[in-house]
Ligand binder design. Structure first.
Ligand SMILES: [Zn+2]
Length: 338
């Protein structure tokens, strides 16, 4: 079978790899229907975060179950399924608390930019759709595997409530999905921080009521102007840099909350400022599995269409071009068809 292999920064290739098989009795093997490149893959591609050389890459997937191990009870061959970038048993104490990405038996999914994928802990990890989805629904279902679930978690972590004023820092695929999540959770005002016209348009289509193009201290000042000098109830941080974390913290009103889902790179919070801010912080790798059943229902009913973040679709053969397009910011997010 063919799958993407990371060789070095700037060098991802599609290669012939051994087909995955059921190893543990709780495993499933999927034939992927769609996969994609993540903003977090770019940290490796750009050489900012180390990644083991000559290793399979990719962690977002939807597919049809080909085979299951002897202990798999609920997932069946032929089902169309979605799972998160962490496999989880969905039964341990952390899973039951809603933090499946901290599952005591979690396994990071890698090698999903491929024709076949092995999913450990299949009963806990995978959620089947109500039936075979229409082709046009597949991109939306694929976002539930990571970016939409991560945007949703940002909104939940920042305690977005009906009527709230929300700021979203970051206009990548996760930031745009976070706008959609905030609107779905009833926010009255959603301020998207973006200076790119195509991303601004999508943010508006997803429910942003205001667009702010300023960044850093100027961005904070604009948000304060728009909120009677107080700041937003909830701020969704979807970048992970030092500047974006400070911008998020300083855009939040006393008693408000920051949900931070951008993987931190060099972010260093001033604890004393945090102390006096009265701002609550919660972040981390999103427990996407918690939100999958609800998000699948919303997607199936047509209430959410986050698949619009894919502005380029390529065959899996062109995985190298997909990385290049995202690296050069020619595409928000690239969908790959095996
Ligand atoms: Zn668990």
């Amino acid at each position: 079978m063919r799958g993407a292999v990371f060789h070095a920064p700037g060098d991802v290739r599609l290669e012939e790899r051994p087909a995955p098989t059921v190893v543990d009795p709780g495993d499933a093997v999927l034939r992927t229907v769609a996969t994609c490149v993540c903003g977090s893959d770019l940290w490796y591609y750009r050489g900012i975060t180390p990644f083991p050389e000559s290793s399979p890459i990719g962690h977002e997937y939807v597919g049809v179950v080909e085979e299951v191990g002897g202990e798999v009870a609920t997932i069946k061959p032929g089902q169309f399924v979605i799972g998160s970038f962490f496999a989880s048993d969905n039964t341990c104490a952390n899973c039951r608390a809603g933090y499946q990405s901290s599952c005591l038996h979690r396994e990071l999914m890698l090698g999903c930019q491929a024709e076949l994928v092995r999913v450990p802990l299949a009963d806990g990890t995978l959620v089947a759709t109500p039936g075979e989805p229409a082709a046009e629904l597949v991109p939306t279902l694929l976002t539930l595997s990571d970016v939409m679930g991560t945007g949703w978690y940002a909104a939940v972590a920042a305690e977005v409530k009906p009527g709230a004023t929300v700021v979203v820092v970051g206009d990548g695929a996760v930031g745009l999905c976070a706008v959609l999540a905030a609107a779905q959770l009833g926010a009255e005002r959603v301020i998207a921080m973006s200076r790119h016209e195509t991303r601004q348009k999508l943010a508006s289509a997803f429910g942003a009521t205001d667009i702010v193009t300023e960044r850093g201290d100027e961005g904070v000042a604009r948000v304060k102007d728009m909120t009677d000098g107080v700041g937003a109830d909830s701020v969704l941080e979807c970048v992970g840099t030092h500047e974006s974390m400070l911008q998020a913290l300083r855009s939040t009103r006393p008693g408000g909350n920051v949900g931070f889902v951008g993987v931190p790179h060099g972010a260093d919070l001033p604890v004393e400022e945090l102390f006096y801010s009265h701002v609550g912080l919660r972040g981390g790798p999103a427990p996407v599995r918690r939100f999958l059943p609800d998000m699948i229902e919303r997607a199936w009913d047509g209430r959410i269409d986050p698949g619009r973040v894919f502005d380029l679709t390529l065959p899996l053969e062109q995985v190298a071009d997909a990385y290049r397009a995202m690296d050069e910011r020619r595409a928000i997010k690239v969908l790959l068809r095996p």
